[in-house]
Design a protein around this ligand. Structure first.
Ligand SMILES: Cc1cc2nc3c(=O)[nH]c(=O)nc-3n(C[C@H](O)[C@H](O)[C@H](O)COP(=O)(O)OP(=O)(O)OC[C@H]3O[C@@H](n4cnc5c(N)ncnc54)[C@H](O)[C@@H]3O)c2cc1C
Length: 401
């Protein structure tokens, strides 16, 4: 039986609300402290939730709301240098399709589900420090206020403050050498060579850069670009560069790509957003210290290339709650949680690293991929994503200490 009765959850993105909901299910009181006001949760961009992530959301009762708001996307096409290399089912047949959903909708659904579950959200609370007391931990916020609980959970994303409170020498995120951009709601008539219907994502290894695209339920097109870039830019620096200038760069980059060139031409400052530098988290030596622990991107951001970041964050949130429910004290719960999660998330991160290397293949590698991929496609899908997608959590099962 747990001795933990209250948790301070830092970060109201994806891992934060799911952790808080799972803790409530485990009988532990949880409050989410988010740095930004609720209005800025209207984020741009979208992401795909894989079957393992949606299955984990079943545990906190949010899966059906996500399915209802998402576009199920069972198929994929892969093109290399404009030539179709692979076409077919993107997932093993026994798995539900990828659910593509806008970040704004996903955040809204998770927040509403958490509120319904009795979770409290406190906004404009940026964590800047923490003090451990006898039997409790105090979170210190930038506005001079504080809050006290039994444990403090860092769900504060890839630039986590909690990570450095746990270990000042913790590694930070590594830049992949690419900057991300997105175009949303693009009119398909502006892309005469568009070759896919809703339900298919195309992963395109262009002549100079990788991009992906898919159609929303209304037929409009979302375009995502991973642009190799010479120097690191923070998100603020990347957004200081006017949209027109980035769009010009993307038009030059995708010139000659089909249909990348037409998509880049259809970008306007209104349908365009700068996602920022794309990162991957190296292995984090310390997942917890004292009454503090990490969850989600704060401890395992496996690169956007895996399509697993949010799903792994959701799984970890639930496993952490399960461990806190079943083990007698936070120290044994945090140790069990790390044991349950580390190998899986590090395996998927390693695969993200391999995919990132392949995003800008030279001519020889491109020719090799074009020849080999069609032959081994099904086997590659099964080997690379089968174990990730089939992972399921039995929330009722007791966690061993
Ligand atoms: C371009 C791109 C595409 C992606 N595509 C996919 C995809 O298709 N599928 C997928 O599964 N994943 C994808 N991901 C990864 C996914 O977005 C992340 O894994 C996921 O958002 C992690 O959730 P999180 O809650 O851990 O962190 P976040 O979503 O980053 O949330 C962290 C929250 O903490 C708050 N915060 C930060 N610091 C503090 C502080 N000091 N005090 C209080 N609050 C704080 C932030 O404001 C934020 O709300 C993609 C990522 C990128 C960059």
């Amino acid at each position: 039986m747990t001795s933990t009765s209250s948790a301070l959850v830092i970060g109201g993105g994806i891992a934060g609300p799911v952790t808080a909901m799972a803790l409530r299910r485990a009988g532990i009181d949880a409050t989410v402290y988010e740095a930004y006001p609720p209005a800025t949760e209207e984020l741009g961009g979208s992401l795909g939730l894989a079957s393992n992530g949606v299955a984990a959301l079943e545990i906190v009762g949010a899966a059906d709301s996500v399915r209802a708001a998402a576009v199920p996307t069972p198929n994929m096409v892969m093109t290399i240098g404009g030539k179709k290399a692979v076409e077919g089912s993107a997932f093993p047949q026994d798995q539900e399709p990828l659910q593509l959903i806008s970040r704004a909708k996903l955040h809204r659904i998770l927040r509403e589900a958490a509120l319904d579950a009795g979770v409290t959200f406190v906004h404009d609370k940026r964590l800047v420090g923490a003090k451990e007391h006898e039997g409790a931990i105090e979170a210190l916020f930038a506005d001079g206020t504080s809050a006290t609980g039994d444990v403090l959970i860092g769900a504060d994303g890839i630039r986590s403050t909690v990570r450095t409170l746990i270990d000042p020498d913790a590694p930070g995120p590594e830049w992949t050498g690419m900057i991300g951009f997105e175009g949303q709601g693009i009119d398909p008539t502006l892309i005469p060579s568009l070759d896919i219907e809703p339900g298919t994502t195309c992963f395109a290894f262009g002549k100079r850069a990788y991009y992906l695209y898919y159609r929303d339920a209304d037929g409009r097109v979302t375009f995502g670009s991973n642009l190799p870039w010479k120097e690191y830019l923070t998100i603020a620096q990347a957004r200081q560069i006017p949209a027109e200038q980035w769009i010009k760069t993307l038009r030059e980059t995708y010139a000659g790509d089909v249909p990348g060139e037409e998509m880049a031409r259809a970008l306007t400052p209104e349908n365009f957003s700068t996602v920022g530098a794309l990162h991957i988290m190296p292995s984090v030596p310390r997942w917890h210290r004292g009454r503090m622990v990490l969850v989600g991107d704060a401890v395992h951001a496996p690169s956007n290339s895996t399509g697993q970041g949010a799903s792994l964050a959701i799984e970890s949130a639930i496993e952490l709650a399960r461990a806190l429910r079943d083990l007698p004290d936070h120290a044994s719960a945090f140790a069990a949680y790390e044991r349950l999660r580390r190998a899986r998330v590090e395996r998927i991160t390693a695969s993200g690293r391999r995919i990132n290397h392949a995003k800008t293949p030279g001519p020889v590698a491109a020719a090799f991929m074009r020849t080999v991929m069609p032959l081994f496609f099904k086997r590659v899908i099964e080997k690379t994503s089968g174990p990730s997608l089939r992972f399921r959590i039995d929330f009722g099962a007791q966690v061993a200490g």
